[in-house]
Design a protein around this ligand. Structure first.
Ligand code: HEC
Length: 112
């Protein structure tokens, strides 16, 4: 009897451990909030190309690259020049320094 109880307890914690992993999946609401707060929507949409490529297009382009996360993270955090309507402008960076939020946004973009 005692053993059965232990097994039940163990499988119970295993369940919570696994459920915990899936909860860690991309936080869509926070990704969207960060995009909004950083005013990325002026030039990017999830599915539609605007002045910049849609995140769906970016995800398709990067999905087979082993260093996709590093490249996207750099793109989101380091100012660099891009061309908008034939003019060179400085690309915006996200309005946070929280590495976890930046990682979450990069994962969200790559999973479009
Ligand atoms: C003024 C318009 C503009 C704003 C604002 C802007 N972007 Fe961009 N973004 C672009 C353009 C144009 C490109 C394409 C650069 C290229 O193809 O070389 C780009 C490229 C990107 C890429 C990489 C696409 C690729 O294929 O390499 C990502 C990711 C991205 N932007 C995310 C963001 C995020 C996140 C924000 C907000 C912090 C943001 N952008 C704000 C215009 C903008």
């Amino acid at each position: 009897m005692k053993l059965k109880k232990t097994i039940l307890l163990l499988s119970g914690s295993l369940f919570f451990a696994l459920a915990g992993t899936s909860v860690h999946a991309v936080d869509e609401a926070d990704a969207k909030k960060l995009l909004k707060d950083s005013q990325c929507g002026k030039c990017h949409d999830e599915k539609r190309n605007k002045k910049g490529p849609s995140f769906k297009k970016t995800a398709a382009e990067y999905k087979d690259k082993p260093d996709a996360m590093a490249l996207i993270t750099k793109n989101l955090t380091q100012p660099h020049e891009v061309e908008v309507d034939g003019e060179k402008v400085e690309h915006a960076v996200v309005k946070t320094r929280d590495a976890a939020r930046i990682k979450n946004l990069a994962e969200w973009i790559l999973s479009r």
